[in-house]
Design a protein around this ligand. Sequence first.
Ligand SMILES: C[S@@+](CC[C@H](N)C(=O)[O-])C[C@H]1O[C@@H](n2cnc3c(N)ncnc32)[C@H](O)[C@@H]1O
Length: 746
Amino acid sequence: MFPAGAALSRRRASSELLRQLCRTTSVAPPLPPSLSTVAAAAEGIGPPPIRVSFTESAGRGVFAARGIAAGELIHSAQPLVAHPSPSLLDKVCYYCLRRLQKEASPISTSILGENDSSKTTACYFCSESCREQSKGFYEVEKGLDWTLFDDHCRIRINAFRIELVAKTYEEMLASAAAFIAADAAVGNAIYMLPSFYNHDCDPNAHIIWLENANAKLKALRNIEAGEELRICYIDASMEFEARQKILAEGFGFQCGCFKVHATGQFSSFTVMKMKGNLYSLVLAENFHVCTGRRASKTLVLLHRHHLQLQCGQWGWWSRRWLVKVRLKWVKNRGLDHIIDRDTDIKAACLLKDAIAAAPSGLLPARSLAQFQKNLGLTVPVLRFLRRYPTLFRELPHPRFPSLPAFSLAPGALLLHRRESEAFQATLRDDAAHRLARLLMMARSRSLPLSAIFPLRYDLGLPPDFPSALATARPDLFRLSRRPTDGASILSLSSWPDHLAVSVLQLRHRDALAQPSYRDFKKPSASSAAPLAFPMRFPRGYGSMKKVKAWMEDFHHLPYVSPYEDASGIDPDSDLMEKHVVGVLHELLSLTIHKKTKRNYMRSLREELGLPHRFTRVFTRYPGIFYLSLKCKTTTVVLREGYQMGKLVDPHLLSLVRDKFFYVMRTGLLYRGKGMTKLVLEEDDLFSQGNCREEQKEQIAIDNEEQDGVYDDDVGVDDEDLGASDNDDDECYELDDSDDEDGSDNG
Ligand SMILES: C[S@@+](CC[C@H](N)C(=O)[O-])C[C@H]1O[C@@H](n2cnc3c(N)ncnc32)[C@H](O)[C@@H]1O
């Protein structure tokens, strides 16, 4: 449609032509008295399920008047005017562009050659009726001065390029050859109603021509009433920049299709949209930036000829073709240090919660010792409690004075109060949304509470979240008992559409809405590969060509949102691997500290629909994940979450927890000086920059420690990592069963 880059002179010539046409013919394009009638008349049935109305940003547009099902014929449209491609003048009907049978009857026209005005060209018709109907134009054309125009330029502006759908295998091959060698279009035509359709690189409708220039507008996916119907004006398999250039230069607008659509759908990378639609156009549209080196031609061919792809729901991606490189896993001291520190903070917070929940505000040391296993502490709980007198106050047990008991010191009480206030004021909804997103990723939209409890601290849920969130938000959650074993199950009570957007998608949308200087400088890296997982590779990595090529291919695979049904993906495909990366990335992104224990994730495997041994991806994608063996457990960290030893985007709760660390640390310092009962004032705690010292220390570690070097010669196999030769490495022995049982219930 609308050949791009029409020169100004040609535009002027076209308007001149239009004026001449209007003066000389009665078939000049009229203004539509009723657009629906035009379409309805074309189809021969009732009015089509559409209305033309104003859009927010693209002038007029076509909207669905009712829900339209995927694959439904929305309406047909006859051209106002059509013209065959010059090279096919003797092969297609001059009037309707139908391919001619041998017995076509020729007539001579007065259409002049481009350079030779004395030259006339014969043209042919498929039927008497076409010949009759063409007479109007034929007479007009005879009376016009065509010397200003090149071939068939009378419909250069606002014309659709017509490519008939191939019916047979032979036709398909011929079309493919035509596409590679020359132009596959049989001609151009102008329509009334289809001209009101705006463009989208990820359209919900498309226009096809089956046997002649009569256009069929079809729905590519289910469309809701009121949704705008958009088609794609250009070859969507082109790179992002190329598409934008053509649209800007040829059509005078920038396509905002990578931003969120009105329906809440994302750009073409959300491949689930093709579910149930076998039209290759859907494939092409959905994968236009995914046309990796290996598949692009085929996808373009399929796109152009609207063939059905018979290789399953996930088509080309249901295969493994990425060439992977095995990378050595090397420790990162900066991240290890963070895990070390956070393990103590988490233990202190969980002990604090347990003491705060006790009716008397006091717990005997023996009860607290039961938490030992779940806290991941390397020292006994009793010693840990005594280490931090600014948090925990040791008292004799009221009934058994020989037994030690602990209550919260004023500093801890103050922080506990602050945390509860923050939760009441702002964090309640945030925590509810995190929990809802977790459930939305689960196949059954529900999870046993026993699987959520271990993640409670990491997800920033309050200790009493089943009552504080689940029962307080019946619009989101429902608590029930599993009939088989009576286990408590938390389910989603509704599907909140606005939450079904991954952190990666949100960030991508924001980046496009407000491009940074970096995006401006390097547009190809930021916008041509949208929804790429941010990777933070160690020094030396960038020079590894093999790794680079692999990652490029990986990014070219479609991004399947973790909130979409991925049951149709071949579990053995690269696409599934990318989906698994997406789910784990999202899960880690939902955590407050962008990390959690590997075992916690493993306990959600079945519910999240992850394949066996899915944890391999942690070592396979070291640019995204970091595995730490600190504190006798395996923790998975999202690398992008940290920079210079700090959380990139610290959550309010993480700031409160940092204060805990400050209080703990202060206690530790003063303890050495015999001040076991140091009382911290509110001002001490909430004054600016009280954690500065710690941060400085962390940054120093980060600066000193770049990640180690990944070595593809001495590779390790997935997660069974052995010792490395590097001086910096620890002897990692990562296997499937290294952690504690993961039943941390805080
Ligand atoms: C075929 S017309 C579509 C109908 C047009 N909106 C109207 O009001 O007549 C094509 C023109 O619509 C506008 N348009 C189409 N798609 C657009 C989009 N995605 N964003 C902005 N403008 C768009 C451009 O001005 C383009 O040249």
